[in-house]
Ligand binder design. Structure first.
Ligand code: NAD
Length: 467
């Protein structure tokens, strides 16, 4: 299969090519077109030209385009899922869920209209808040959920009347390119475009004077660069960044019930989820039972090629991250006790056995930093206040979970966690109507929900004297 960039309505070659590696084999399986600076400039100019016409269509007409795009993705769902597994590594069933999630995001946003809000309506005056689209949006995405994380930007940005340039991570460009191919038949030229780079065009887009909004999902260090580059033009941005989410297990929780959910929260997508469980705090009295159960689950997991039936955990997405996660394991081995996993699997793929570590000090790398891999530290506590303090002792504040048999206690603890989302007795549920975003260094702004649409618009107050 050959892939093309979508620029100004045309499917075109890149200035050069990059190889895309299947992380299950470590071998390149496709070439992707790589855009150069000139192509990026062409894309920005085309998006700017397309904007007034797209914005003028209004919600009802744009809805038709979004519905058509959703249908066209549905027709190619098997292609999307297979390519996603090959480029990203996740099991095919989860890849399919991601594609279905992308279709659902389009279906959720397509019927939306942002109505003007009447702030005051008296005999003397009427004050209304209207919202209008911003212009060209750069949607910059990471490699863990390349299609879904793009769609939660693309759908609300398009329906509110913006034009969008998608720039995926260099190691997972193919599903974005396929989306461009599908969209080329549906959307007017310049409304949606795709650019693939080698980590060199994100800064061009985020600093570009004709890009009005940068919707960025990725690591906190890169998010800081985006924030810096937006300063010159005071452009708008949404930053969805890294996390180091704590799961706090209360002393009344049932280990047999909680352990499988913690394990899945830490190892789904091989732990490469911003909102994965990245640290567990459990009462000391529960540590042995919990670690035994987590180790059993780790032993039962089927780690392998996502295209093979029965695989429950795929590879780490790229070699650099694979080596980084192995570095976390080596550091944990030196400072704690590994009770399951603790190694890469033999072969050329980037496979890491799900790893459970206990007895680490609070300043261990695996506790302080974001591992973004299937390696979970389990830490003991005696005093719940102390566990909450330790959970909050992080620059990150993306998510978190509380596990208990007493919902009221769970809510009370959740209300003390400094994060954008805290789940009680559930995890990784992100309905499109619920806003999502980070606290502290995990991000700025919100995606999803009405707030996620408003982020792509400028409020305008119209203040009218009557009579
Ligand atoms: P990354 O920050 O390395 O890259 C993300 C994107 O930014 C890529 O497309 C990359 O090419 C681009 N980029 C690189 N340099 C840039 C620059 N100077 N300006 C603009 N863009 C630039 O992140 P990653 O390693 O691909 O993804 C993993 C990280 O993403 C983790 O920290 C994870 O927690 C985070 N993440 C956050 C969320 C969320 O919603 N909060 C969701 C998924 C992943």
């Amino acid at each position: 299969m050959s892939y093309k960039l979508l620029i100004d309505g045309a499917l075109v070659d890149g200035a050069s090519d990059i190889e895309v590696v299947n992380p299950a084999s470590g071998i390149a399986f496709a070439n992707a077109p790589r855009a150069d600076e000139q192509q990026a400039q062409t894309a920005v100019a085309a998006a700017k030209r397309a904007f007034p016409g797209w914005a003028a269509l209004g919600f009802a007409q744009r809805r038709g385009y979004l519905d058509a795009l959703a249908e066209a993705i549905r027709v190619r769902i098997d292609d999307f899922a297979r390519i996603l597994t090959q480029e990203q590594g996740k099991p095919l069933k989860e890849a399919r869920q991601e594609v279905l999630g992308a279709i659902a995001a389009l279906a959720y946003y397509a019927p939306f209209e942002l109505e003007p809000r009447v702030l005051r309506d008296t005999a003397d005056e009427r004050i209304i808040e209207q919202r209008y689209p911003l212009g060209v949006v750069a949607a910059i995405t990471p490699w863990n959920y390349p299609l879904l994380l793009l769609m939660v930007k693309l759908a609300p940005a398009l329906i509110t009347g913006n034009t969008v340039i998608a720039k995926p991570a260099p190691t997972t460009p193919l599903t974005t390119l396929l989306l461009g191919e599908v969209a080329a038949e549906i959307l007017p030229p310049g409304v949606f475009q795709t650019l693939v780079d080698r980590n060199d065009l994100g800064a061009l887009l985020s600093g570009h004077p004709d890009v009005a909004h940068v919707s960025f999902t990725g690591s906190t260090p890169t998010g800081k660069k985006v924030l810096g580059s937006a300063a010159d033009t005071l452009k708008r941005f949404t930053l969805e960044l890294g996390g180091n989410d704590a799961a706090i297990i209360l002393d009344d929780a049932d280990v047999a019930k909680v352990a499988p959910r913690i394990f899945s929260g830490a190892t789904t997508n091989a732990g490469q989820i911003c909102l994965a469980v990245k640290r567990v705090y459990a009462p000391h009295a529960m540590m042995d039972a919990l670690c035994t159960e987590l180790a059993r689950l780790a032993g039962e997991a089927v780690v392998g090629d996502g295209l093979e039936q029965g695989t429950t955990i795929g590879p780490i997405q790229n070699r650099a991250q694979f080596e980084k996660v192995l570095g976390f394991i080596e550091d944990a081995r030196a400072h704690g006790t590994i009770v399951a996993g603790g190694e890469a699997l033999p072969g050329d793929g980037y496979f890491i056995a799900p790893t459970i570590v206990r007895d680490l000090p609070d300043d261990a790398r695996l506790v302080r930093e974001e591992q973004f891999g299937p390696v979970l530290p389990v830490l003991g506590y005696d005093d719940l206040d102390d566990a909450i303090r330790r959970a909050n002792d992080s620059d990150y504040g993306l998510g978190g979970t509380v596990w208990t048999s007493n919902v009221d206690r769970g809510i009370a603890v959740a209300s003390r966690i400094e994060s954008g989302t805290v789940w009680v007795n559930k995890h990784l549920e992100l309905p499109f109507d619920v806003p999502f975003g980070g606290a502290k260094q995990s991000g700025i702004g919100r995606q999803q929900g009405i707030e996620g649409m408003e982020d792509f618009t400028q409020p305008r107050i119209v203040n009218v004297a009557l009579g």
